[in-house]
Ligand binder design. Structure first.
Ligand SMILES: Cc1cc2nc3c(=O)[nH]c(=O)nc-3n(C[C@H](O)[C@H](O)[C@H](O)COP(=O)(O)O)c2cc1C
Length: 254
């Protein structure tokens, strides 16, 4: 198994692919992916690859333990798998809303664990126009939630933040808000009313916390690739924040 390499290029290259060529994925590529997926498994979730005759391509299927799964950590792990697929030149699409029965029927494992997420994998027919992403001013802040953070103010962290900005998210909502204060980046989720798990009963996960996991994943991979020293801590703000913002975690620069 190879590690993730050139993570920022992978993050920039990834896009949600919804149209695939009928080309089969070579067995050696699938084996390499399976090997990597094993390294992301926990007692809460595991990942398999199955072919769907209905959609005519392969899928990564994530089985999760509904009573213990943590959506934030799941988001981090599944996004690293998505980036590993990108490294293998496979296109993907996070899919949180899917027919549970169909994927249970094609999954080649017998398990009590329901399916929490799937992603098609394969070769794209075409690369779509990139999705619109929010601007820096809308999501990054300096000292107070009403002061936008300009990209040049903390130059070492321009790219890690840019990697957050261009991340995928459910319904492209981009709920991440990051505030830099006291040498720390504080991550918040701006909740949209009625969108916990998108309101679909079959969805076992908190979609917007998964989005935060993806943001945390991109930020950390990029910071580490740049040898930026820091660590994740829980340091909820004592200062005032907008009421829609929910605290997630803090990257303390060292
Ligand atoms: C947690 C999550 C769930 C998603 N669920 C779906 C889905 O059910 N169906 C779908 O077509 N796309 C889904 N997407 C893909 C998003 O629509 C996509 O990431 C977003 O529109 C941004 O486009 P991009 O990924 O090309 O940057 C999901 C993305 C995330 C992160």
């Amino acid at each position: 198994m190879k590690a993730l390499q050139k993570v920022e290029s992978l993050i920039k290259k990834r896009f949600s692919c919804r149209n695939f060529l009928p080309t089969q994925i070579p067995e050696s590529v699938k084996l390499e992916l399976q090997d990597y997926m094993k390294s992301e498994e926990t007692h809460d979730c595991f990942f398999t690859i199955s072919y769907s005759p209905r959609y005519n391509h392969d899928y990564i299927i994530a089985h999760v333990n509904p009573s213990t799964i943590d959506s934030l950590s799941f988001g981090i792990r599944f996004e690293r798998i998505i980036l590993y697929c990108t490294q293998l030149n496979l296109s993907t699409c996070w899919t949180g809303v899917f027919p549970q029965h169909h994927f249970q029927s094609i999954s080649d494992v017998t398990t009590e664990y329901p399916i929490g997420m799937v992603s098609p994998i394969g070769y794209p027919t075409r690369i779509p126009t990139p999705k619109h992403k929010k601007s820096w001013e809308e999501i990054f802040f300096y000292n107070t939630p009403s002061t936008p953070l300009q990209p040049t103010v903390i130059p070492a962290y321009t790219e890690p933040l840019e990697m957050v900005r261009i991340a995928p998210s459910g319904i492209n909502l981009q709920p991440w808000r990051v505030l830099f204060r006291d040498q720390s980046f504080h991550f918040f989720v701006e909740r949209k009313k009625g969108i916990i798990g998108m309101g679909f009963k079959t969805l076992l996960l908190d979609l917007q916390l998964i989005d935060m996991g993806i943001a945390v994943c991109h930020f950390e991979l990029s910071a580490k690739a740049r040898n930026l020293q820091g660590r994740w801590v829980q340091d909820p703000p004592s200062w005032s924040i907008p009421k829609e913002w929910n605290y997630v975690r803090t990257w303390q620069c060292e």
